[in-house]
Ligand binder design. Sequence first.
Ligand code: HMH
Length: 236
Amino acid sequence: MEGDGKKVVTEGVDCKIPVTEAWLRKHRLLYNGATKHPFIRSIRDGSVDFTSFKRWLGQDYIFVRSLVPFVASTLVKSWKECGDGLDMEVILGGMASLNDEINWFKKEASKFHVSLTNVIPQKANIKYCRFLESLTSSETEYAVAISVFWAIEVVYQESFAHCLEEGGTIPQELQETCERWGNEAFGAYCKSLQDIANRCLHKASAEVISKAEVSFLRVLEHEVEFWNMSVGEAGV
Ligand code: HMH
């Protein structure tokens, strides 16, 4: 694993390819697994099972709520590290959109008759939330936290933007869901997070870059497990 990380340092820094770009090239298969999962494909082609969609809705509501403290901890790190305060504004915008998301989940859940008050978090969700919680520590470097935050957001952005691409036949009831994460403004916000991550990684030590890469991979794995869980393939 460490050897892997060192290889990226050379690719990412010496060849002047931004570090996150190097990761995306190196881990393309896993990244595509997270962004073009059968669940997402089924939304895109309209064959989605609504039981799965409702399961995803309830579980993601729980996930988004536990994303908030992680993003808050990243915000604190940005405030401590970044002099001009511009990073903090991007992350603050992210927190504001999480607030909107939580309200949207409530509205959407009532539309689909999903009760959010007694959702039992499933294994994949619990594991993902625990992973996030482990990263809220002040010992987690800003470069690691911001890379993770970018990865979490970009997976949803790419997944739902893929549904909206030409040739898709999304069920009308799910159009709003796809637009929520697939819209251009959300894409621009993910790009801002990626730029911040690249800047931090560019200045980071080999050890921190390696740690950030491992965390990036963990996010992709958790995302795949989260989709699997939504489809109903994972144990409760
Ligand atoms: C599981 N990953 C998951 N849920 C989300 N809402 C996002 C990423 C994006 O916010």
